[in-house]
Design a protein around this ligand. Structure first.
Ligand code: PEP
Ligand code: MG
Length: 855
């Protein structure tokens, strides 16, 4: 029969997938001889079976009962015992960490008899009833869905009656009375401990399917069928008195990566108080004074854990009567800056190799460092300051709840402002640019989740008053929609919008990227249309321009009038006369770009969009002729109309002018970049053949001695399928996966996103937005065909990608697998692509080693 339960000290052979992250950590810490309370893990197999049948798998209850008996044997305590009761916590733990997503129940095993046993045994009646009222509240909330406010209100009311400021000011009698009040609120609490346990296990399994967990999984790309394990752990008590407490600690600073202890500690409290940000904790160093022995042991344990895992760890611990217990260890969530610093430090310390350092950094997370930040030179005085909980700056309209965040984010950036956040706010946090909370510390829910998402967060901003949809800040009243700016790197909060500047790469970033550059095979270029963009791209390490769009060279005050004149001209000579006047402008544009990219390849794409984009709307037309022309150029579906090379073939003089401008610029800039002229939207080999002839002819007139390459974008399924024929006239291909996705899927991006595609993603018809993450099995398969057929006739054919996907880590890995020569993406994503390309090479080398080893 299938086995579903393992004690922490029993080998399972199943690892993290089977035991979940928390379970494997507890098992491994137990094995290392660290102080871990006794307990057992119910596997993810059991959860998956439960999800399939909506019932606990056969035999599970008996197996749990057997492990409870063993736990009773180990601890010498019995479930429900009126003398010395066994109490356990029930904690969820999936293979992938989902902070705050799943539910935990503490003090399970208490009832009216056991609470007396606990009071007698500990000689601490206050503690016993405090534990009991917590169980009633947590169990009621998690298992029976009782509104938590009903418990909280009862507690606040009692505190008010007694004039108590803190929970700890309440006496044993007060708490006994509170238990009775809770029992009136929650009448169906099961007294029998085994029943409590089984119902709690079910509730944890159920919590895997809650909307907030689903939203979190979707946002973090976690498969829905992983399931969660359940850990049943003997209770240790941090709320037993002043010799007890609870805390969280990181082996390094999760915000900066500095190799220093970082954490928070709360005396005389249970873990939930810290994580939920209900009471404001002390820095963990404060333990050194009050609990010196446990503190020393904690330091030693952290050292051993980091050595064992060779990675930064984040732990939860409890001290009960001076004794330290470890409740969790896991690889620490950290900011991108911290990840880079820790990685380079660990290489310096000899703890990990450069390859490991490179493979550990989440390329998507680097985004955090590549966003604009507040310009220190021009920043005004902040209105107030909170904790710098997650770095980055953001401006946006204030919203006060998660649903409003989602609604308003459709029209512009929003900042979610809350007293504190809970897992129920997750959809609002995803929709927001940044998060500001009044309450809570660096390890509060808001701080932890924001760091994980790479969003700016300022927490614990206690000068901010929130009431009835109004925020009061430094004497100003702010309402929903008013704009504020937060800087999660400094904790500063500003009223209004504050100017942001481009980020600077720090030394750790440069170091890791240099290591990545040594490892990758794919080249990384940038999509850049102006000398400024080109220069920025170079700063970020771009090895060329993979796509220089030229549309903007037809706009601009002095140019648009000439372009319109060209479009309105009656015949070719008329058009040529206008184009003649455009040429010098464009030549100088190209000169600027070639100078910025001296020595590197620059791929210039000739004009792509339909001509009517350069004309005003019919109502705004200034003449009858223009009105008529607008009407004649109107297309039912411009996306599939006279655009791309079709335009170039119908009005060859436009492309001719562009080619002439490029050739003259290349000739005049001495150390010119390597020029690659690219024709858009080719579908038939004859299109490219004719355009190649045109390009060659003009080039030989202007700059016969200057080298150039002529190629095409691959943006149509037909071009992929007939890549062999098209390759005959191409020196290079560049996959335009924006259009290739539209044309393969038959979805116009503008009409899909925010409309039916949003629904598809919500309903799970599609897992990902194919315009962001390459549809590998559909669009990607066409690309594969294009590469095979193109290189089949021309082995040296250079192939790249310049659609948005070129900067998306998974898509970059896919391009590596296709053996493309380069990816090209926006300048800000160049570092992300460099890292992703290195990781793809490492993964390939890793699997090659695996094959070589006969695995
Ligand atoms: C593409 O289609 O992928 C592309 C890069 O071209 P554009 O986005 O300009 O259509
Ligand atoms: Mg395109």
């Amino acid at each position: 029969m299938a086995r579903y339960v393992y004690d922490f000290d029993e080998p399972s052979g199943g690892g993290r997938e089977l035991l979940g992250g928390k379970g494997i950590g507890l098992a491994e810490m137990t094995l290392m001889g660290l102080p871990v309370p006794a307990g057992f893990t119910i596997t993810t197999d059991a959860c998956r079976a439960y999800m399939q049948t909506a019932d606990l798998p056969k035999g599970l209850e008996e197996e749990v009962a057997e492990h409870v008996r063993r736990l009773e044997g180990k601890t010498g305590k019995r479930f429900g015992d009126a003398g010395d009761p066994l109490l356990v916590s029930v904690r969820s733990g999936a293979a992938v960490s989902m902070p705050g997503m799943m539910d935990t129940i503490l003090n399970l095993g208490l009832n009216d008899d056991a609470v007396e046993g606990l009071a007698a045994r500990t000689g601490n009646r206050r503690f016993a009833f405090d534990s009991y009222r917590r169980l009633l509240q947590m169990f009621g909330e998690v298992v029976d869905g009782i509104d938590p406010h009903r418990f909280e209100d009862a507690l606040s009311e009692l505190k008010a009656q007694r004039g108590a400021r803190q929970d700890t000011d309440l006496t044993a009698e007060d708490l006994e009375q509170l238990v009775r009040t809770y029992q009136e609120i929650y009448t169906t609490f099961p007294a029998e401990p085994t029943e409590q346990l089984i119902r709690a296990v079910r509730a944890v399994f159920d919590s895997w399917e809650t909307p907030r967990a689903q939203v979190y999984r979707r946002a973090n790309d976690i498969p829905d069928d992983l399931g969660t394990a359940v850990n049943v752990v003997q209770m240790v008590f941090g709320n037993k008195g002043e010799r007890s407490g609870t805390g969280v600690a990181f082996t390094r600073n999760p915000s900066t990566g500095a190799n220093e202890l970082y954490g928070e500690f709360l005396a005389n409290a249970q873990g939930e108080d810290v994580v939920a940000g209900i009471r404001t904790p002390q820095p963990v160093e404060s333990m050194a004074e009050v609990l010196p022995a446990a503190y020393r042991q904690l330091l030693e344990t952290l050292r051993r854990l980091e050595e064992r895992y060779r990675d930064m760890q984040d732990v939860e611990f409890t001290v009960e009567d001076d004794r330290l217990y470890m409740l969790q260890t896991r690889s620490a969530k950290r900011t991108a800056a911290a990840a880079l610093k820790a990685a380079t430090d660990m290489v310096d310390e000899g703890l990990i190799s450069r390859e490991e350092a490179v493979s550990r950094i989440d390329p998507g997370q680097l985004d955090q460092l590549l966003h604009p930040m507040i310009d220190p030179a021009s920043a005004p005085e902040p209105a107030t300051r909170g904790l710098n909980a997650s770095p980055g700056a953001a401006s946006g309209a204030i919203v006060f709840d998660a649903d409003a965040a989602v609604a308003r984010s459709a029209t512009g950036p929003v900042i979610l402002v809350r007293f504190e956040t809970t897992p129920d706010d997750i959809h609002g946090m995803i929709a927001s640019q940044g998060i500001l909370t009044v309450h809570g510390g660096m390890t509060s829910h808001a701080a932890v989740v924001a760091r994980g998402m790479g969003k700016p967060c300022v927490a614990g901003c206690d000068e901010l008053e929130l009431q009835n949809g109004i925020a009061r800040l430094a004497g100003t009243e702010l309402r929903e929609g008013d704009v504020i700016t937060i800087d999660g790197g400094t904790g500063n909060v500003y009223i209004g919008e504050v100017p942001l500047v481009a980020p600077q790469l720090n030394d750790d970033f440069e170091t890791v990227l240099r290591w990545a550059d040594d490892l990758r095979r794919l080249k990384v270029r940038a999509n850049a249309d102006t000398p400024d963009d080109a220069a920025r791209a170079r700063d970020f390490g771009a090895e060329g321009i993979g796509l220089c769009r030229t549309e903007h060279m037809f706009f601009g005050e002095e140019r648009l009038a000439v372009v319109q004149e060209m479009i309105l001209a009656d015949d070719e000579p008329g058009r040529r006369a206008a184009l003649e006047r455009l040429l010098p402008f464009q030549q100088s544009d190209f000169e600027g770009i070639f100078q910025a990219m001296a020595g590197l390849p620059v791929t210039i794409r000739l004009l792509d969009p339909p001509l009517h984009e350069f004309l005003p709307s019919e109502e705004q037309a200034t003449s009858d002729k223009m009105r008529a022309r607008i009407r004649s150029l109107r297309e039912a579906n411009p996306m599939l109309g006279t655009r791309g090379c079709r335009l170039g073939l119908i009005f060859p003089e436009i492309y001719e002018m562009q080619i002439r401008a490029i050739a003259r610029a290349a000739k005049s800039v001495g150390n010119a970049a390597v020029v690659e002229i690219m024709h858009p939207l080719v579908g038939f080999p004859e299109e490219l053949r004719r355009l190649r002839d045109l390009t060659e002819r003009v080039w030989s007139e202007e700059a016969p001695d200057v080298p150039r390459a002529i190629g095409t974008m691959i943006e149509l399924p037909r071009a992929c399928v007939r890549a062999d024929e098209i390759a005959a006239d191409a020196d290079f291909f560049s996959f335009g996966t924006n259009d290739l996705t539209q044309t393969t899927l038959g979805m116009s991006r503008d009409d899909a996103e925010g409309k039916f595609l949003a629904r598809y993603l919500e309903d799970g018809v599609l897992e990902r937005n194919p315009f962001e993450v390459l549809d590998q099995s559909g669009v990607g398969d066409l690309m594969r065909l294009g590469v095979e057929r193109g290189r089949g006739v021309k082995a040296e054919l250079k192939i790249g990608i310049c659609g948005e996907h070129g900067g998306e880590p998974r898509s970059v890995a896919f391009c590596h697998g296709l053996r493309l020569d380069y990816v090209s993406c926006s300048p800000y994503r160049v570092p992300v692509a460099r890292l992703a390309a290195a990781q793809a090479a490492l993964a390939e080398a890793g699997s090659a080693q695996y094959v070589a080893a006969g695995g």
